[in-house]
Design a protein. Structure first.
Length: 519
């Protein structure tokens, strides 16, 4: 009998495996695909001259900010996070653009009459980003360790409270009350649209404000004596006082998202763990005997495999878990940079292509009713902005997706191309090759993306809290050493490893009797 088996090798599954292996356990990771990484893989899609593409996730503000990855220390494992000066941008009609610089003050200055409103919305959170992250990436069941510790609990608690008040404002019909122009609300709404949900909504606002905070987070110098504002236990399961350097912003890993996965796998194997690819777990027969099994999968997959051992009430609760609307991926190969009408847009690692706040809200409302928006909400990333090594023979990748109804089989290449061309005249002229993966095809490389739902569960406020159920321990499934550790658990989607870390630390305590730092 093995100590632990992890089903699925996405960032959460590997985070769980690393945590267990570093505690001295024997760990095996089983992955259905021939390559590891789930939504954080980088592959050659055969579109031109060895150009590689990020299959799903491409930009990683959570990878430096999450307590797990801060403890893991990506730079020490050879991962170079390259941060553009412009975190994200929002092109607007008429050649205008709203730009979120790393520098909060520079961003506010560019927003004109709404600069003060932007500063008041995000300034305090950016200064106390660790407290905001601790709450946003917690288990949604408890206060994060250290947030109320002396000697300075009030500023941390106040920052978290102000963040909550801002979510209530931007997640309700009050969302336009503080703004008078078009640029600032459009800039924030582009970030909110990552949730693929109608807007305004509390879930979309929470996402926008967390990611917006990270875009302007105040850097901690590498040699600073300042200690983390909230407790960040290290992977040896004890509190660590080490100051941690970071660049903040919205970085892209050099070489692609797969660099993060490669670092996790290397660390796992260095601590005795094993990864087996091409091994799909569809039933209990596909699992070796183990004291603990952690599923980096959807609740449905877990029930398909071990449902017979799950208590009936919990089985019914998990079966009610809802998936959300979808993304259709479009991978471009370009012969040059995107000719954005607004020059500053070309300096951004991420571009939200959807027009004004009203345009984006209308597009997301259409998707919510099962219709394809005429002008869909699109996310675009050009990794060559900060990683010129991604170019091959004068060709460069462009990452894009459009929001579509769940289960859509529509090829959105033309819709995405037209949206980009709308704000970048001449874009078609630099397209050398293109490939679309419809929403129905997204699950072919990651079974967690049911119907193209890249969030692994509908991003409603209820389901962001009661994810996958409202139980006090959202990770443990019954009493047989079975845990769910995917993005279908708190804190939800994103490359942060926190679902895996939370679940693994509970398994260590509950199954193996290993005392861990406060959860």
């Amino acid at each position: 009998m093995e100590d632990a088996v992890v089903v699925g090798s996405g960032p959460n599954g590997l985070a769980a495996a690393v945590t267990l292996a570093r505690a001295g356990l024997g760990v095996t990771v089983l992955e259905a695909q021939e390559t590891v990484g789930g939504g954080a893989r980088t592959l050659d899609l055969g579109l031109g001259d060895g150009v590689v593409h990020d299959v799903c996730s491409a930009v990683h503000p959570m990878a430096w900010a999450s307590p797990f990855f801060r403890a893991f220390d990506l730079p020490a494992h050879g991962v170079e996070l390259r941060t553009p000066e412009v975190s994200y941008a929002q092109p607007l009609p008429g050649g205008r653009a709203a730009v979120a610089y790393r520098d909060l003050e520079r961003t506010a200055a560019g927003l004109g009459q709404d600069g003060d409103a932007w500063r008041s919305l995000l300034g305090a959170a950016a200064d106390r980003w660790e407290a905001v992250v601790a709450v946003g990436m917690g288990d949604k069941r408890s206060l994060p360790p250290g947030i109320l510790d002396r000697p300075d609990p009030l500023p941390r608690a106040a920052a978290a409270a102000r963040f909550g008040a801002a979510v209530l404002e931007q997640g309700t019909p009050l969302w336009n009350a503080r703004f008078s122009g078009e640029e600032a609300p459009a800039l924030l709404t582009g970030v909110a649209a990552h949730t693929i949900t109608p807007m305004p909504s509390l879930a979309a606002a929470g996402t926008a404000l967390l990611l917006g905070t990270l875009a302007h987070a105040t850097p901690v110098p590498a040699r600073s004596r300042r200690e983390p504002e909230v407790e960040v236990p290290d992977l040896d399961l004890a509190p660590s006082p080490r100051p941690r350097a970071f660049d903040g912003g919205w970085p892209l890993p050099r070489g692609g998202s797969g660099a993060i996965v490669a670092a996790l796998r290397a660390d796992l194997e260095a601590h005795g763990g094993t990864v087996v690819t091409g091994h799909r777990v569809g039933s209990r027969r596909d699992l070796p005997a183990a004291r603990a099994v952690l599923f980096d999968t959807t609740p449905t997959t877990l029930l398909d495999v071990v449902g017979a051992t799950v208590p009936p009430t919990l089985r019914r609760e998990l079966a009610r878990f809802r998936h959300g609307n979808a993304a259709a991926k479009v991978d471009f190969v370009l012969s040059g940079p995107v000719p954005w009408a607004g020059p500053e847009v070309g300096r951004a690692g991420t571009v939200h292509v959807g027009g004004t706040r009203a345009d984006m809200a209308a597009a997301e409302a259409a998707v919510a009713t099962g219709r394809h928006a005429e002008r869909p909400m699109c996310l675009v990333s050009d990794p060559s902005v900060v990683d010129p090594d991604r170019e091959r023979g004068g060709l460069r990748p462009l990452w894009a997706y459009a929001h579509v109804p769940a289960g859509s089989d529509v090829d959105v290449t033309e819709a995405v191309t037209a949206q980009i061309e709308r704000f970048a005249p001449g874009f078609r002229d630099v397209v050398a090759a293109v490939r679309c993966t419809p929403a129905t095809g997204m699950a072919a490389h990651n079974e967690n993306y049911v119907g193209g739902d890249i969030s692994a569960g509908a991003a409603t406020m209820w389901q962001m809290i009661a994810r996958p159920t409202l139980r006090a321990n959202p990770y443990r499934v019954g009493s047989g050493g079975v845990y769910l550790c995917s993005a279908s658990t708190p804190p939800g989607p994103g490359v942060h490893g926190m679902g895996g870390w939370h679940a693994a630390r509970r398994a260590l305590r509950e199954v193996f009797g290993v005392r861990v730092a406060s959860l």
